[in-house]
Design a protein around this ligand. Structure first.
Ligand code: SF4
Length: 415
C-alpha cells in the first residue's frame, strides 16, 4: 500500500473529528460492492457522505480491465484531487503495478486486497465514534458480493493478478447481508462475484445453486439476479434453481469473448463455441447477454464472423463489446496485432447485431404484460432484465405492472 505514515496519535491522518466524504466506483458490480463497503464503514465510523466536490475526502474505486478503464480511473482520481483534500484510490487499478503512479500528491494509492480496503481507508481517515448508521444506497438494487478473485488464467485477463485467487464468503454472512439490504429498502438483489460459479461454502454445504434458492427465499427479496456466470457453470442444477425460485429473474449474463474455437484456445478459455451453444440451448425464454472481446491478436475476419454467428445462434441480446487492449503481466501483454480501425469496424458490426437482437426481443413484448422495477425516473427493468420506459412520475423503487406499447432504441415503452 502506498499510504504513508499516519500523522495523528489515533493512528489516523486526520484528527478525531468528522470528515465528509464521497465515494465513486468504476467498472463492474464487484467494484460497486467494494465501494459500497467503504461507504458503509465510513458512515458507521461517524463521517458524513456528501456529493463529490463538497467533501474533504474522496474514495475512487478503480477498474483495470482494459487500458481505457485505467485511463478513466486515473482521470477520476485526478479530478477528485482538484476538489478534495485527500483522495484514496482503491480497487483493481490500485493493485496493478504502476498503473496509478504519478498522480497528484494528495492521492493515496491503497494497494490492498478488496477485503481490506474499507478497514484501511477507514483506519486512515479515523473513526470519531461508533454511530452504526445505515449506508443506504441510492439505488433500488443491491449488489451483494458472494465471491471474489479468480483461479482461472485466461491469457488476456489481468483480474487474477489484481484480485487474487477465488474465495467465497460464508453463506450465512451472505444471507445476513441480503436480509440487511432488504431492511434498508432494496427490492432487488444481485449476487455478484468475479467468477460467481466458483462460489462454495464447503463447511456449510453450499454451491451457487443452493445460495440462489435460499437468497430468493429471504423474506422481502422480490427480484434476484446473478451478475455474470461462466458458461461451464451454467448447469442443470443452477438452471433448476433459477427456474424454481420465483424471485429469480429470467436473465443470464454469460461471457462469450469469442465464437471462434482457435481464438478461444489462444485466449485460454475453457470451452468451445459448441459448448457455449449447447449449454444455452434450453434457455430461449431467458434474456441472454454476453461480453465479447473484439480484435484479440489471433482474430481474423473469418474468426470474427464466427463470433457474429454464435451471438446470433445463441440468441444473445445485449453484447458488451470490449475492443482488445493488452494488459500488463498477462500472457498476451506484448501482442496487439489487429489495427485500431479494424477493431472499431468490427465493434460497430457486433453492436449492430446486438441492437437488432435487442429490438427483436423487445418487439415480442408488445401487447404483453411485464412487471417493471422502476430504478430511475421514467425507467426500469422487466422480469428478464429488458429495459422499459415508464411514466416519469412513477415512484423510483416501485414495481409497476405494464404492457408493451411501442419499441424505441432505448427500450420498450409502457402503455
Ligand atoms: S474467468 Fe478468465 S476472464 Fe474471467 S476473471 Fe477469470 S481469468 Fe479473467
Amino acid at each position: 500500500m502506498a499510504v504513508g505514515r499516519p500523522i495523528c496519535s489515533s493512528g489516523s491522518r486526520f484528527p478525531a473529528e468528522m470528515a465528509s466524504f464521497s465515494v465513486r466506483f468504476l467498472g463492474c458490480k464487484v467494484s460497486h460492492s467494494d465501494a459500497h463497503a467503504v461507504r458503509e464503514r465510513l458512515i458507521a465510523d461517524g463521517h458524513e457522505e456528501r456529493s463529490a466536490g463538497a467533501a474533504d475526502v474522496a474514495v475512487v474505486n478503480t477498474c483495470c480491465v482494459t487500458q481505457e478503464a485505467v485511463s478513466k480511473s486515473r482521470q477520476a482520481a485526478s479530478r477528485a484531487a482538484r476538489t478534495h483534500g485527500r483522495v484514496y484510490v482503491t480497487g483493481c487499478a490500485a493493485n496493478l503495478g504502476q498503473a496509478m503512479a504519478g498522480l497528484p500528491e494528495n492521492v493515496l494509492v491503497v494497494a490492498r486486497p478488496s477485503e481490506e480496503i474499507a478497514g484501511t481507508v477507514a483506519g486512515d481517515v479515523g473513526a470519531i465514534g461508533c454511530i452504526q448508521a445505515d449506508a443506504r444506497l441510492d439505488r433500488v438494487r443491491a449488489f451483494v458480493k458472494v465471491q471474489d478473485g479468480c483461479s482461472f488464467s485466461c491469457n488476456f485477463c489481468v483480474i487474477p493478478l489484481v484480485r487474487g485467487a477465488s474465495r467465497s464468503r460464508r453463506a450465512g454472512t451472505v444471507l445476513a447481508e441480503i436480509r440487511k439490504r432488504v431492511s434498508q429498502g432494496h427490492r432487488e438483489i444481485v449476487l455478484t462475484g468475479i467468477n460467481l460459479g466458483c462460489y462454495r461454502d464447503r463447511d456449510a454445504g453450499y454451491a451457487l445453486a443452493r445460495l440462489v434458492r435460499e437468497a430468493g427465499a429471504v423474506q422481502g427479496v422480490e427480484r434476484l439476479r446473478l451478475s455474470s456466470i461462466e458458461i461451464n457453470h451454467v448447469n442443470d442444477e443452477l438452471v433448476s434453481a433459477l427456474r424454481e425460485t420465483p424471485a429469480a429473474a429470467g436473465h443470464l449474463h454469460v461471457p462469450l469473448q469469442s465464437g471462434d474455437d482457435d481464438v478461444l484456445r489462444a485466449m485460454g478459455r475453457r470451452y468451445t463455441s459448441a459448448t457455449y451453444l449447447r449449454r444455452l440451448a434450453g434457455l430461449a425464454d431467458f434474456n441472454l447477454t454476453a461480453d465479447v472481446i473484439v480484435g484479440f491478436p489471433t482474430e481474423n475476419e473469418r474468426a470474427f464472423e464466427r463470433t457474429l454467428d454464435v451471438v446470433r445462434q445463441a440468441g444473445i441480446t445485449k453484447v458488451h463489446v470490449f475492443p482488445y487492449s493488452p494488459r500488463p503481466g498477462t500472457v498476451t501483454a506484448s501482442e496487439d496485432t489487429v489495427s485500431p480501425q479494424v477493431k472499431k469496424e468490427r465493434s460497430a458490426r457486433l453492436r449492430a447485431v446486438s441492437r437488432d437482437a435487442c429490438l427483436a426481443r423487445w418487439r415480442e413484448k408488445l401487447g404483453r404484460e411485464d412487471v417493471v422495477l422502476v430504478d430511475r425516473p421514467g425507467r426500469g427493468y422487466g422480469e428478464d432484465y429488458s429495459p422499459w420506459l415508464v411514466d416519469p412520475d412513477a415512484p423510483v423503487g416501485r414495481f409497476l405492472r405494464v404492457r408493451g406499447a411501442d419499441v424505441t432504441e432505448d427500450g420498450i415503452r409502457a402503455a
